[in-house]
Design a protein around this ligand. Sequence first.
Ligand code: PDD
Length: 287
Amino acid sequence: MSRTVYVNGEYVAEEDAKISIFDRGFLMADGVYEVTSVLGGKLIDFEGHSVRLQRSLSELDMAAPVDMDELLAIHRELVKVNEIDDGLVYLQVTRGSDGDRDFVFPDPEKTPSTLVLFTQNKPGITESPASKTGIKVISVEDQRWTRRDIKTVQLLYPSMCKMMAKAAGCQDAWLVEDGKVTEGSSNNAYIVKDGKIITREISNDILNGITRAAVLRFAREAQMIVEERSFTIEEAQQADEAFVTSATTFVLPVVEIDGAQIGDGKPGSVAPRLREIYLEESRKTAI
Ligand code: PDD
């Protein structure tokens, strides 16, 4: 059965969805996105994702295509019509199409932004095998642009990093700049040492993860110590545990970095505990 997707005010079958070849998202990667997970048919951390979307739009002088109440209604409608129990909603806003190719931004009064949403069905997403075994990562030089705080659709380099990881028999890559880990190719990166959770501080160098904010809040509420600072690959390799967070992976243990086993090579106690707390707490506030 084909999915129902949302394109600029309309709900249509995925095979009937159309976007102009002049859309700036297609020509220039001039667009931003959000991924919101769905558990038990409800949206996780929706408010955080919608606040970050507004920030991404405003940093790029891009008009919001609909207000946030409308956005919530669209998310809910897609979850309903596509009967998503566990999965996600992908949302993308681009600067639209002025019917030609030009580096200069079109006048937003004349060129409305494009809004597209679709769902992905992922039954059993919380019980993924990787969450039990952990994943292996490689380190790769961070060659992305330096406004990583804006969630743009420029994902070619992260895709290349995932391919490099795959070629090395790993599942993901941690990006390194000036000797320090910035983040994972599509997630935030953490280590645990002597019970302390260490993750890079928020700046333009990384995406301000919505899952990160929630996980750190829950960790502090559970009296765990959190240190927001950068760390090297060497420090990570000597840590007791490592893990990543994102809307699609929640909290996912990392058990090997560049061939070096972390701890005893199995998920430790902190990451699985944080995963459990995160899932439990976010289900409570899901909408
Ligand atoms: N990625 N850092 C990067 C570079 C990301 O792409 C993501 C999310 C995160 C985590 O952010 P959040 O917790 O808000 O999902 C950090 C999404 C899931 C993706 O591209 O599919």
